[in-house]
Design a protein around this ligand. Structure first.
Ligand SMILES: Cc1cc2nc3c(=O)[nH]c(=O)nc-3n(C[C@H](O)[C@H](O)[C@H](O)COP(=O)(O)OP(=O)(O)OC[C@H]3O[C@@H](n4cnc5c(N)ncnc54)[C@H](O)[C@@H]3O)c2cc1C
Length: 569
């Protein structure tokens, strides 16, 4: 008797030796969307990059688009989210090490993202019009690939504006931050091929209200102020990427809340004085480690004016907020690509799902939403390109970046749920990409300012600088005369914006209207008539239901879906 026969249960007699199953053939499954180019195959994306001056980065965007659409990146993304980071507080000899161990897939993804310059492109090409647009396009792409690695990518990118508060610190660290390389070794940042940057602000007693910070800082020498060394003691309740080579943090001195820059490891090779208490067990964003830490005389350097820490670190937040608007837009684009792929390749009642009238309405409605966010993202990235040379662009960036962050983050979860439902049961199964997008979708709405906090921020900007309202209306009215529904909507919105009394309780509603007005204006100016018409009829003129898939009759849904379909290149 063979060993195989002895250990294996007897085969049921209905099992044949034919490939597949004896009971049935596998039919009518859509298969995976792989081997496509997430940039070059996306017609509206290519157009928007060109309109806002990033066509000179076309080669990089095409290469990154091919990587994001590759089977390899999707495989790495699945692996990195299945084999989760593990905290290793001690080595086998009992020494405290405070390391996080990742699956190799995570490191490989990080390598790809940092090699694509998604963390630095706008700074390494600073001053060249379109640099921020190209960088935002890279972020839009990687947010379609794997979201966990987008956290360190975005924070590393956003660190540069905060470091500008101290030119010496900027000179010291930017050469390391701007390298197009990732190095996973736990050593001092200056000895590495490239550096990642994190941000540790949130404490247990309050994240939105950072003034409640209890961590304290005392001078390590007689010198004080920006550039001086301090020792920090306290805790942080959320610290993502605790393996960051460099991180920004907040602590109280006797002059108030101040910003500090610290390294994960010290020049002598030892871990800086922080203890990782545990890793968060999160709803999504699983490949990325988020930790709770304690600082025990953490060695850090003050960055920016003492007592003005929020003002310093908010420079970082302004840029990360754009990144989260762009990121949620990218996430929606991926959900849409999956929904179009599935509904085009699965049949029911003798037709492709997407050709069934109600399904066509759902997919078209999602396509309108997605393209509206694409143009909004790219327009605001363009505003960042010109914010220092054109006052109107600076004002637009200031007021509309939080508007876009708020609205993209609010829409992403609903959008993903609808796209998931397009897949039927397959979309709800853990090895499908849709399941990961579903768990990821709410996150961007939480960090870097929750919905309410963002709305209050927009309100403050408008009250403090009324010219921001003018800059916003001027931008929207560039489309004046092209669509009566957009004009009427904007006039109504202007009446509300000119009277900011009693605004706070209704801030969400007005900010939603601001997003719609700007998206409508951009679609009217830059997209095809079918897309702009659908947006104006529904979002602006109110001929729409409360769920996706409620476009009115008479719109060219076929043209809308065809435009959103990823083209082979
Ligand atoms: C996965 C993950 C990773 C994270 N990583 C980091 C990190 O790396 N570094 C870091 O510093 N933080 C990080 N955070 C923390 C995040 O930034 C905070 O959770 C966020 O800022 C909200 O703070 P909070 O949790 O204390 O909620 P709270 O501030 O208590 O807010 C709770 C609710 O109250 C509302 N609220 C607060 N203030 C007001 C107000 N004035 N008016 C009306 N409503 C209000 C908020 O909108 C929210 O809905 C992370 C969070 C998550 C989920």
């Amino acid at each position: 008797m063979s060993t195989t026969a002895a250990s294996a249960p007897p085969a049921p007699d209905y099992v044949s030796n034919a490939p597949g199953y004896a009971t049935h053939e596998v039919l009518n499954q859509a298969g995976a969307l792989v081997g496509y180019n997430a940039f070059a195959g996306d017609i509206a994306f290519v157009e928007s990059a060109k309109v806002f001056g990033a066509d000179w980065a076309d080669g990089l965007l095409r290469r990154t688009g091919a990587a994001v659409g590759s089977e390899k990146v999707q495989y790495l993304a699945r692996q990195a989210n299945r084999h989760l980071p593990e905290l290793k507080t001690h080595d086998r000899f009992g020494n405290r090490v405070d390391l996080v161990e990742f699956h190799p897939a995570y490191h490989e993804l990080m390598g790809l993202v940092f090699a694509s310059e998604a963390h630095c492109f706008a700074w390494t090409h600073q001053g060249r019009p379109g640099a921020h647009v190209a960088r935002a396009a890279l972020s839009y792409l990687w947010n379609q690939g794997e979201n966990g690695v987008c956290c360190p990518m975005g924070m590393t990118f956003a660190s540069i504006p905060a470091l500008r508060h101290d030119p010496a610190l900027l000179d010291e660290w930017s050469p390391h931050i701007l390298k197009a390389a990732y190095d996973d070794r736990p050593i001092y940042a200056k000895e590495k091929r490239g550096a990642t940057v994190g941000m540790a602000m949130t404490e247990k007693q309050g994240g939105s209200d950072l003034r409640a910070t209890t961590t304290t800082a005392r001078p390590a020498t007689t010198r004080r102020g920006s550039g001086a060394h301090y020792l920090l003691t306290g805790h942080k309740w959320f610290f993502s990427v605790p393996m960051s080579d460099i991180f920004l943090t907040l602590a109280q001195t006797d002059k108030g809340l101040s910003c500090f820059v610290a390294t994960g490891w010290l020049p002598d090779g030892s871990r800086n004085r922080l203890k990782i208490q545990r890793l968060k067990d999160k709803c999504g964003n699983k490949s990325n480690a988020s930790s709770e830490v304690e600082f025990h005389d953490l060695y850090a350097t003050m960055l920016g004016e003492e007592g003005r820490g929020i003002r310093t670190i908010i420079e970082m937040a302004h840029v990360t907020r754009l990144d989260f608007a762009v990121g949620s837009s990218g996430l929606m684009r991926q959900a849409l690509s999956q929904a179009i792929h599935h509904t085009s390749n699965r049949r029911a009642f003798q037709r492709s799902l997407v050709d069934l009238p109600i399904m066509r309405n759902v997919v078209a409605d999602l396509a309108v939403e997605s393209e509206a966010f694409l143009w909004l993202s790219m327009r605001l990235a363009a505003a960042l390109d010109h914010e220092h040379t054109d006052r109107a662009e600076g004002l637009l960036s200031r007021i509309c970046t939080p508007v876009a962050k708020y609205w993209a983050c609010k829409r992403a979860p609903q959008f993903v749920v609808e796209a998931l439902e397009c897949h039927g049961g397959n979309g709800f199964i853990a090895d499908h990409l849709m399941e990961r997008l579903y768990r990821e979708a709410p996150l961007n709405g939480i960090w870097e300012g929750t919905g309410n906090v963002i709305c209050l921020d927009v309100l403050r900007s408008m009250q403090r600088e009324p010219e921001t309202v003018d800059a916003f209306l001027t931008e929207v009215r560039l489309a004046r005369g092209a669509d009566a529904r957009l004009d009427a909507f904007t006039d109504n919105l202007e009446r509300r914006l000119r009277n900011l009394n009693e605004f706070e309780p209704v801030a969400r509603r007005v900010i939603e209207m601001m997003a719609f007005a700007l998206q409508g204006s951009l679609l009217v100016r830059y997209s095809v008539p079918a897309m702009a018409d659908a947006f104006c009829a529904t979002r602006l003129d109110g001929d729409w239901g409360r769920a996706f898939g409620t476009l009115p009759n008479g719109l060219d849904t076929q043209a809308i879906v065809d435009r959103a379909r990823i083209r082979p290149v």
